[in-house]
Design a protein around this ligand. Structure first.
Ligand code: ASP
Length: 328
């Protein structure tokens, strides 16, 4: 019995010896975090701050951001789904993980099956903005302007299934007015066109809009969360619910993902580093200044995060289907 077990034990020991140095050394080269939107936008900004916070817990590792924008984040996600599962390609994506499966008839990846779910990072409100030279300065004035200009209004977004698309869809459905949507590879370029006056309205995360609102370069009408956002710049804005769109509630989250098949020990190392990064006071402060709330441990577990995304996919899937007439 003992004799028979010995070769098996020896094989196990050999296997452990073969993998141990690789894991002990991880990471021994730069880690790429794919952001599936354009540089300079809200997801990109969260990712760059987050990469900084992850550096220390990963032993001073270099984390590089790669922006792969287009099609509401699905081009970047498709790329990561097919990347080598070695811990050197990760993805920081948002609520689009849960909304794109409903928005696209066919994706070249499966959001739930093709990724390892490392955990949630933050919750971020959105803001409803208009170009600066729009005559409407308050939400009631915006509603009047929309009613007077039906059929002529442009609404910018980051493509089907993006956060800005979801918010715009919910807004059109709430006021029962159809607008012409203009898709970009992210809301950084969408914001540029809002600033240039080429598009009329944009709903975007506070991580991208706080600076423009503070500078007075856009009209800001409301926040999309059920509670006001308590930052010096945003506290003055009503919620859309308060402003009259009863029950309006859109809040965006960001999470961290790896390609399916990434070794368990690497995932554990990344999850532990993620938990440490989320306690980094500089990261928490930078996010808080922009209206975002960094999540705490209870919501950062891998299995919990996957279950959360599945529940969000169900929730938003039903809501999106009910608002389908405003979806393009
Ligand atoms: N805010 C964008 C969105 O609407 C994405 C981005 O550019 O970060 O999904």
């Amino acid at each position: 019995m003992i004799k028979r077990a010995l070769p098996a034990l020896a094989a196990l020991a050999l296997a452990a010896a073969a993998t141990a140095p690789a894991l002990a050394a991880y990471p021994d080269k730069p880690i790429t975090i794919v952001v599936p939107f354009a540089a300079g936008g809200p997801t990109d900004k969260v990712a760059r701050d987050f990469a900084e916070a992850m550096r220390k817990p990963l032993g001073g590792a270099t984390l590089v951001i790669e922006n792969v924008g287009g099609a509401g984040g699905t081009l970047g996600a498709g790329k990561v789904a097919k990347a080598a599962p070695d811990g050197y390609t990760l993805m920081l994506f948002h609520i689009g993980m849960a909304t794109t499966p409903t928005m696209y008839r066919k994706l070249n990846y499966n959001g739930l099956e093709d990724f390892e779910y490392l955990g949630l990072i933050n919750d971020v409100p959105m803001t409803l903005l208009g170009r600066k030279n729009l005559p409407a300065k308050t939400f009631p004035e915006l509603m009047k302007w929309i009613n007077d200009n039906k059929g002529k209004i442009n609404l910018a977004n980051a493509g089907q299934g993006s956060a800005s698309h979801l918010c715009g869809l919910m807004f059109q459905n709430a006021i029962k007015v159809d607008m012409t949507t203009v898709p970009y590879k992210g809301t950084a370029p969408a914001m540029n066109d809002l600033l240039g006056g080429q598009v009329d309205i944009l709903c975007d995360q506070t991580t991208n809009t706080t600076g423009q609102i503070a500078a007075g370069s856009v009209n800001a009408y409301a926040v999309t969360t059920t509670k006001r956002v308590n930052t010096p710049v945003l506290a003055k804005l009503p919620t859309l619910d308060e402003a009259g769109l009863k029950g309006f509630s859109v809040s965006i989250w960001h999470g961290l993902y790896a390609p399916k098949g990434t070794p368990k020990a690497v995932l554990d190392r990344l999850n532990a580093a993620l938990k440490d990064a989320l306690k980094d006071p500089d990261f928490i402060k930078r996010q808080a200044d922009l209206g975002a709330v960094v999540v705490t441990d209870g919501r950062v577990n891998m299995a919990d995060h996957k279950a959360f995304v599945a529940s969000e996919a169900k929730k938003w899937g039903d809501v999106i289907k009910a608002a389908a007439q405003y979806a393009d």
